[in-house]
Design a protein. Structure first.
Length: 385
């Protein structure tokens, strides 16, 4: 779900280079970067080679010098330093892009897609942004979340037609969004909760269209049924479902147009879970809002928050990500802090007790990027010094 969002290193290089084609700088592969997973594994989402949960971190073999990772509901994705994409886990609807609907218990390279600089997952679909500013997608498409004008699932990658000059992509449960080089945002897929951000609530829209009123955007994120946009001025806009306050506007009213998240300024990264949202500020503080019943806000209570408030007790944070109902924070020196749902050990603490306040995972100081899905966590780690 993920999200995702925190990839501000996807800077545009050289501006437009003919016919709305944008060159996007490659993400820097981590020298020796490896992928590790923990939590629920019954559909292969841990990449361990078996269908089994685990309470301790284990490595995922296959991808080398990994540049980025992300977690969908029950499948995961990795981008390696050569611009190739790897997937594993639940294969329903073609989620893995491997030409079938079989689950993948180990990581496999997705054929037919190369030159990738960012990867992203929805519940059952996947996205890959190429260096030329075009987007490849595959998986479930019942609400048009692949943006190809149809509702046919795709077992292998296809290009989103008519979409170019893209610098960042994000996905929710059944919708997709793309940030363009001009700072505007496009959205497509399911929209009954306002996820498309155009002032209407259609069941679906199978082709990209502009999110109304958004300009100057530098990063985007998708929750389960809501979306976030980080603006150049450090403020955040949100739209879609708001039943738990995940839009941060002080209400529980769904919004089909972007609204300002109250109390957020100087943000440098955003991410979202199923019903909660997170912002990292320039000074390393972290704000959370939305659904809090399982501790995913790190507030010490199980109450929802309708506006953003700080997470206490953590050092300066560099980046963050969310699983469905849990949150992962990475400090500036690579330490991992977690809180929220922990029914299958996704908080990396070796147990299965939910945590309402941040937990410092001992013995880890090499995390580059976290990711998560439905009760599991995936980590991109660099070799420890």
């Amino acid at each position: 779900m993920s999200t995702l969002v925190r990839r501000l290193f996807l800077a545009i290089v050289g501006g437009c280079v003919a016919a709305s084609v944008v060159a996007v700088s490659p993400v820097a592969a981590v020298d020796g970067g490896t992928v590790w997973t923990v939590g629920q594994g019954g559909q292969g989402q841990l990449g361990s080679g078996v269908r089994a949960d685990r309470l301790v971190l284990g490595g995922v073999s296959g991808p080398q010098n990994v540049a980025e990772i992300d977690g969908g509901r029950d499948h995961a994705i990795a981008l390696d330093g050569a611009g190739s994409v790897w997937t594993w886990g639940n294969g329903d609807y073609g989620t893995l892009g491997l030409g079938s609907t079989k689950d993948g218990l180990a990581a496999a390279k997705v054929p037919g897609v190369a030159g990738v600089v960012q990867v992203e997952t929805g519940h059952y679909h996947s996205m890959a942004l190429r260096s030329d500013g075009t987007v490849r997608v595959w998986g479930r498409n019942h609400l048009g979340q692949l943006g190809d004008g149809t509702t046919a699932d795709r077992l292998s990658p296809i290009r989103v037609p008519g979409l170019s000059a893209v610098t960042n992509v994000a996905a929710g449960r059944d919708f997709s969004i793309a940030l363009l080089s001009n700072g505007n945002v496009r959205a497509w897929g399911g929209g009954v909760n306002g996820e498309l951000g155009n002032g209407t609530t259609p069941v679906s829209r199978p082709t990209p269209a502009r999110v109304t009123g958004l300009t100057g955007v530098k990063a985007i994120a998708g929750g389960r049924n809501h979306a976030l946009a980080l603006l150049n001025d450090g403020t955040v806009r949100a739209w879609g479902m708001n039943s738990s306050g995940q839009l941060g506007d002080g209400t529980r009213t769904n919004r089909s147009l972007p609204v300002a998240v109250r109390g957020v300024s100087n943000a440098v990264a955003i991410t979202a879970g199923a019903g909660h949202s997170v912002a990292v500020l320039a000074d390393g503080r972290v704000l959370t809002w939305g659904e809090g019943g399982l501790g995913q806000l790190g507030s010490g209570s199980g109450l929802d928050r309708l506006t953003a408030a700080p997470v206490a007790g953590v050092p300066a944070i560099r980046t963050a990500d969310c699983g469905r109902d849990h949150t992962m924070l990475v400090t500036r020196d690579g330490q991992l802090w977690t809180f929220g749902a922990n029914d299958v050990g996704q908080l990396v603490d070796g147990g299965t007790t939910n945590r309402r306040t941040p937990f410092h995972v001992p013995g880890i100081d090499d995390v580059v990027e976290p990711g998560g899905g439905n009760a599991y966590t995936v980590l991109l780690r660099a070799p420890s010094a």
